[in-house]
Design a protein around this ligand. Structure first.
Ligand code: ATP
Length: 230
């Protein structure tokens, strides 16, 4: 489903070019739950950004469900991001002036879905992430764990086949982190959504079926996990 071939990413810095990814190859099957680990600066977030079409590789190719991302123009990439991928970030990235329901509805509204459909979908997603009663709350009125669940509901709104999560438990305490991992795991196992999660936390990574380790912009280890989280 996802094929990353010889992907390199260079950033132009004053001191010269910096290589964040070097000829990286990764293949991810549909329905896999992958953790990406590695030291700080090893290229994890860069890889995730490229997988999500938020950034383009300097060279190499990224194919997702038969679509070569580097062949899309800016408009095509925006549509790809909005309809095919759900993003979840460490700091949630909710819009503070919008309610929970409005945050979740954003992509649907941007895609001009009818209001009745938006309302139905938002209500279903709020139930799915266990936030009943919070539809009219603002992000600042919620705990970190609740905000991350709003972010996951927002990511699910367009029924993506792929969720890209960058340190989704990084700002959460153990219990809230655990709840988010269970939610991602359930979405993966029950709804067949492919999940690629960057994490520093080995315990979080063990939720995944497979752990890819990067170092200096290259894959140095690619290992299947045991039975995953019970
Ligand atoms: N926009 C940018 N401009 C210049 N350099 C960048 C840019 N984005 C990332 N880098 C550099 O590329 C390298 C890889 O960054 P990346 O964020 O992918 O690492 P990471 O493994 O996710 O690290 P961390 O665990 O600290 O988040 C880093 O050295 C970083 O400084």
């Amino acid at each position: 489903m996802i094929r990353v071939e010889k992907v390199s990413k260079e950033f132009a810095l004053e001191a010269g070019n910096f290589t964040a990814l070097r000829e990286t190859d990764v293949t991810i099957g549909k329905g896999e739950f992958i953790a990406v680990m590695g030291p700080s600066g090893s290229g994890k977030s860069t890889l995730l950004q490229i997988l999500g079409g938020l950034d383009l590789p300097t060279s190499g190719s990224v194919e997702i469900d038969g679509v070569r991302l580097e062949r899309l123009d800016e408009k095509g990439r925006t549509l790809f991001r909005r309809t095919k991928v759900g993003f979840v970030f460490q700091n949630y990235q909710l819009l503070p002036m919008m309610t929970v329901a409005e945050n979740i509805a954003l992509a649907l509204a941007a895609n001009r879905a009818p209001k009745a459909e938006i309302d139905r979908t938002v209500a279903r997603l709020i139930r799915e992430v266990n936030l009943e009663g919070k539809a009219s709350s603002y992000p600042s009125q919620l705990s970190g764990g609740q905000q991350q669940r709003v972010a996951i509901a927002r990511a699910l709104a367009m029924k993506p086949a792929l969720i890209l999560a960058d340190e989704p438990t990084g700002n959460l305490d153990r219990q809230n982190g655990e709840d988010i991992l269970k939610l991602l795991s359930r979405l993966n196992k029950e709804e067949g959504i492919t999940v690629v999660m960057v994490t520093h936390d080995r315990h979080a990574a063990e939720t995944a079926d497979r752990i890819i380790t990067l170092r200096d912009g290259a894959v140095v280890e690619d290992a299947m996990e045991g039975a995953g989280r019970k």
